[in-house]
Structure formats: structure tokens, C-alpha cells
Design a protein. Structure first.
Length: 394
């Protein structure tokens, strides 16, 4: 009996995952194209806005357009969460503060207060911060909507060892996170549906919140379950695998050579408009820039710069170049020429495994598209470790 229900559970689970996957293929493709387009839109709008003399009316309109583009970027981010193989960009974090910040942020302005019971010796986890904070935020927002009169959201976390392998969880150490509200609750017949994309009982709901939660938690090797009955509130229980890894020290790499010349950046992107706007942004930030359209050109330019004793300090490369040498192969060649080469991968496929595990592949940094001046600068500064003495301004 138990075996049959276990099998059924497994089949349903598989079906859910498959459904999410086919949706993901589509979503991933669209999001990638959109991110490339948004890089051009966002970059040019930001540049136009900054170049405008103060007090010009158009500045207001450009700010509105820029904010809309940033919103669009948020939506492609949501789409990408669905995308096939959407590997999280993982970092080791300590959860107590992270959980509080994510939940409190989502409860701003609501008449729901969170109460926390989180020990400070919680094991560390290796997570994609953006995605897990989206998980907590989606749960908190649902709780707020389930308690229109207001109330308390109990957020509990603790260490837990799973001793037996099951179809849900492997043996090991986990963090168990509980998010419990006192709202309207969920009727039993909805329990199997709430994690499905587009299942909603709300007039203005999209029904995506919990399916994002579900796929993110799965991709982190965890599980999520719900306990609820109508009128009894609702408790979501999440298991996330703990990690032995230490929190990463903020790494400031020693500058390769001290120089007062602005850093030189090589940008490789098969789309000319992206290369152009990237170059203008970088020049505005005070860097010297050269752009190329594919990997072969990038390797040639890098080699020539080395022989002329004016090496590139950083290469920013796109991941996929239709019909040409892409980012991964380019990196390989660049590291052959110069094992110290600092290569940053930049793509609209934020879900690509190379983007999430970029260091495993030998990249020194990652910049998801679309990016804005501040983000670009931060990534470069981190890599340059204070080398650059820049001439321009942002
Ligand atoms: N805390 C909760 N209390 C009661 N019902 C809930 C709760 N969380 C989710 N549900 C039920 O599950 C359904 C699906 O939730 P989900 O977050 O996926 O979509 P949504 O909230 O309806 O829309 P969206 O999150 O996309 O705005 C909800 O419509 C609601 O019926
Ligand atoms: Mg929701």
C-alpha cells in the first residue's frame, strides 16, 4: 500500500517536473533574446539620461523608460527561473540574517509582522541568493494575501539530519525552514495543484509564485511541502541541503601590475549593438575599450596586445556566438596564451551552467545581461583590485 502511494507520488512529481521543463525551454529562449535586446535598450537609455544637461524635460521620460526596462528585466528573471537546466548561481551564505532580510523586505507596508525563531548556529547553505530570496518573498506575499486582516508570520529554521534515503530527500544534513501563517488556509483538494504553473484562486493572481518556489527549491536539491486546512492557516516546510563549505572571503586580488593608465578592456559580442553600447558604457567609466565580434577575433586581439606590451586587463565575452567561436572556447585559447587572463562571461542566458559555475570553467567573473553602469563597474573593480586610476566619470 505504502509502496503504491510512493510510486504514485513519484510519478506525479515527475510529471510536474516535466511540465515545468517544457515550459522552461520556451521561457529560457524568450528570456535570452529579451535580455540581449534589453541590454541595448537599457544601456542606451541610461547613457542618454546621464548625458542630458540637468533640468531637461526629456530626463524625466528617460527615467521612466529606464525604470520600465528594469522592470522588464525583472520579468525575464522570473522567466529564467523556469528555464530548463536553470542552474542557480550559488554562493555559500549564512542563513539567519538572509532569511530575516528577505522576509522583512517583502512585508514592508503590510499589516503582517514576522516572528523569527532561528538559531545562530544554523549550518551554512550554498544557494543562489536572488532565487532563494524570491522563494521567501513569494511565500511571504502569499501569507499576506491570505491574512487580509493582518496577523503574524512565524518563520522558523533549524538544523536537521535526514538519516534515511527517501524518494524526496537523500541522507544528509539539511536546514529546515518553516513559514507559517494564520490565514484562510488551503483546502485539501488544492494541495496537489498549488505548485502548478498558473494555478491560482486569486482574481488578480498569475499562479506563478509557488511554481517558481517549487522549481527553485528542487534545483537547490531540496524539497517543499505544505500543511494546511481551511481556516487553519498554512505552513510551508522547506528542506535545503547544508554545506561544509566556508563563506567566501571577499576576494580582492592583488593588482597584476601597478599602473596609472586606465585599464584596458576587450569586449566580445556577436551583436554589434551590444558591443557598441558596452564600449560606450565602459568608456564612460573611464576604461579603454576594444570590441570584437567573435572568439577568433578576440584571441587575435588579445595576442597582439600582449606582443605590443599593452595587454588587456580584462576580457568580457558573450557565451554563444552563432556560427563562431563562443565564450567557453575563447576562454580556453586565452588561457593558453596567458594563464593569468581575466575573462568575464556575460550572457542573457543567466541560467546557463557556465554562468552559475563560472569559476569552475576558469572565468574570473560573471555579468548577466542586461547590466547597468553601476553593476558593470562593480564587477570590474572587484577583478582589478583597485588597480585602475580612471580618467572618466559615471
Ligand atoms: N499562504 C497561503 N494561504 C492560503 N492559500 C495559499 C497560500 N499560498 C498559496 N495559496 C494558494 O495557492 C495558490 C497558488 O499560489 P501562487 O503563489 O502560486 O499563485 P498566486 O499567489 O495565486 O499568484 P501569484 O503568486 O503569481 O501572484 C493561490 O492562489 C492560493 O489559492
Ligand atoms: Mg503568490
Amino acid at each position: 500500500m505504502a509502496e503504491i502511494s510512493e510510486k504514485k507520488w513519484f510519478e506525479e512529481e515527475l510529471f510536474k517536473v516535466q511540465k515545468l521543463e517544457s515550459l522552461g525551454v520556451l521561457a529560457g529562449g524568450i528570456a535570452h533574446d529579451f535580455n540581449n535586446i534589453l541590454t541595448i535598450i537599457l544601456g542606451n537609455i541610461e547613457e542618454a539620461r546621464i548625458s542630458l544637461p540637468p533640468g531637461k524635460k526629456a530626463g524625466e521620460q528617460l527615467t521612466v523608460a529606464e525604470q520600465a526596462a528594469i522592470k522588464a528585466r525583472g520579468i525575464t528573471q522570473q522567466l529564467l527561473t523556469f528555464a530548463k537546466g536553470g542552474a542557480p548561481i550559488k554562493k555559500v551564505v549564512s542563513l539567519p540574517q538572509f532569511i530575516r532580510e528577505s522576509v522583512d523586505f517583502s512585508l514592508r507596508g503590510a499589516n503582517v509582522r514576522a516572528e523569527y525563531s532561528i538559531p545562530s548556529d544554523l549550518w551554512r547553505v550554498e544557494i543562489d541568493g536572488t532565487q532563494i530570496s524570491q522563494v521567501l518573498s513569494n511565500l511571504a506575499i502569499n501569507a499576506v494575501q491570505a491574512m487580509p486582516e493582518g496577523g503574524t508570520l512565524m518563520v522558523t529554521a533549524r538544523n536537521e539530519v535526514v538519516n534515511l534515503n527517501s524518494s524526496e530527500l537523500h541522507k544528509g544534513r539539511y536546514i529546515r525552514i518553516e513559514v507559517a501563517d494564520q490565514g484562510v488556509g488551503i483546502p485539501q483538494e488544492h494541495h496537489s495543484k498549488i505548485f502548478d504553473p498558473y494555478f491560482t484562486t486569486k482574481e488578480s493572481g498569475s499562479g506563478l509564485g509557488l511554481s517558481i518556489v517549487y522549481s527553485v527549491v528542487k534545483r537547490h536539491g531540496g524539497t517543499i511541502t505544505v500543511n494546511s486546512a481551511p481556516g487553519k492557516g498554512c505552513t510551508f516546510v522547506i528542506f535545503l541541503p547544508a554545506t561544509e563549505k566556508k563563506e567566501a572571503e571577499p576576494q580582492v586580488e592583488a593588482a597584476r601590475k601597478l599602473s596609472h593608465i586606465p585599464a584596458r578592456i576587450l569586449v566580445m559580442d556577436d551583436e554589434e549593438a551590444i558591443g557598441k553600447i558596452a564600449a560606450r558604457m565602459l568608456e564612460r567609466l573611464g576604461y579603454r575599450v576594444e570590441t570584437v565580434l567573435n572568439g577568433a577575433e578576440a584571441v587575435a586581439a588579445y595576442r597582439q596586445a600582449l606582443t605590443e606590451d599593452e595587454p588587456f586587463d580584462i576580457v568580457i565575452t558573450d557565451l554563444t556566438v552563432p556560427g563562431g567561436m563562443g565564450g567557453k572556447e575563447t576562454l580556453k585559447h586565452l588561457l593558453e596564451i596567458d594563464p593569468q587572463a581575466k575573462v568575464i562571461v556575460s550572457s542573457g542566458y543567466a541560467n546557463d551552467a557556465i554562468m552559475s559555475d563560472f569559476t569552475d570553467y576558469g572565468f574570473k567573473g560573471v555579468i548577466p545581461k542586461p547590466y547597468m553602469l553601476g553593476e558593470l563597474d562593480k564587477t570590474l573593480q572587484e577583478l582589478l583590485g583597485g588597480k585602475e586610476e580612471k580618467s572618466g566619470m559615471a
